[in-house]
Write a protein that binds this ligand. Structure first.
Ligand code: UDP
Length: 238
């Protein structure tokens, strides 16, 4: 096993991925597999924080046309991310590894509030830290949260787990001529308008000089492979 190239990372897992082949909710075998991958990455000596999305349960924008205001809908979406964190925390702990959920919103009966100090402490205690509640603000996404938290806690990279093995010029599932990029600058990613991450996330990564690695988590062990500088993905940096 080659040495990891990063000391601390933020892994972004979309809620949609956690639904597996279902259209809604949590697919337990998928969450168990993700837990195993994260543990394997941590066993390589890397401090692992995870930002979890909520799209498998709720997206604020979907209800804003149905009489629920966008900020309220987004709050519902942020609550969904906490539910996913709790499911992932349980799956990690069932495997004998300590995990802690930290939320951007105050919910003392559920989990601790995210602060940089708490995240630092748990990561240095070799716990996997799950970051729920997005940024705590409406109109943002968990992709932006991943970059924000990575910058705050001094992570060296954001690992954006997707269903495809990198950034493409178009959706490779719909367009056979779609081109895959090995490497892009943040500005190229922004100018290209590639759908893999939102513009706010790319812009913040550019401002904070944070590399983003877009990779497919479909293959077991892919997080570890990326951490060792191998694996297949697109590096957005520089
Ligand atoms: N959300 C939000 N602010 C944030 C992060 C998320 O309002 O900082 C809400 C928003 O409604 C979003 C939902 O939470 O649709 C779920 O997050 P996201 O869509 O990023 O999840 P993913 O696509 O990764 O499953």
């Amino acid at each position: 096993m080659s040495q990891p190239v990063y000391h601390r990372v933020v892994v972004k897992i979309s809620g949609e991925y956690l639904a597996g082949d279902q259209s809604f909710g949590i697919h337990q075998p998928t969450i168990d597999r993700v837990a195993t991958d994260l543990i394997e990455a941590q066993h390589r000596g890397v401090e692992v924080a995870v930002v979890v999305g909520g799209g498998n349960i709720f997206r604020g924008v979907e209800v804003s046309s149905r009489g629920v205001s966008r900020p309220t809908g987004d709050t519902m979406g942020m609550l969904a991310t906490v539910m996913n964190c709790l499911a992932l925390e349980a799956a990690i702990e069932r495997r004998g590894v300590s995990a802690r959920t930290l939320s951007s919103m105050v919910m003392p009966q559920v989990c601790e509030l995210f602060t940089r100090a708490t995240a630092h402490r748990y990561l240095s205690e070799r716990r996997i830290v799950l970051l729920g509640g997005g940024t705590g603000n409406p109109y943002f996404t968990t992709d932006t949260t991943a970059v924000l938290r990575a910058a705050e806690i001094g992570a060296q990279a954001v690992l954006k787990a997707t269903n495809v093995d990198g950034v493409y010029s178009a959706d490779p599932k719909k367009d056979p001529t779609a081109r895959r990029f090995d490497r892009l600058t943040h500005s190229q990613a922004l100018e290209g308008g590639y759908k893999v991450m939102d513009a706010t996330a790319f812009a913040l990564a550019r401002d904070t000089s944070l590399p983003i690695i877009v990779f497919s988590i479909a293959e077991p062990g892919s997080v570890g492979a990326i951490l060792s500088g191998g694996g297949r993905g697109t590096i957005v940096a520089g």
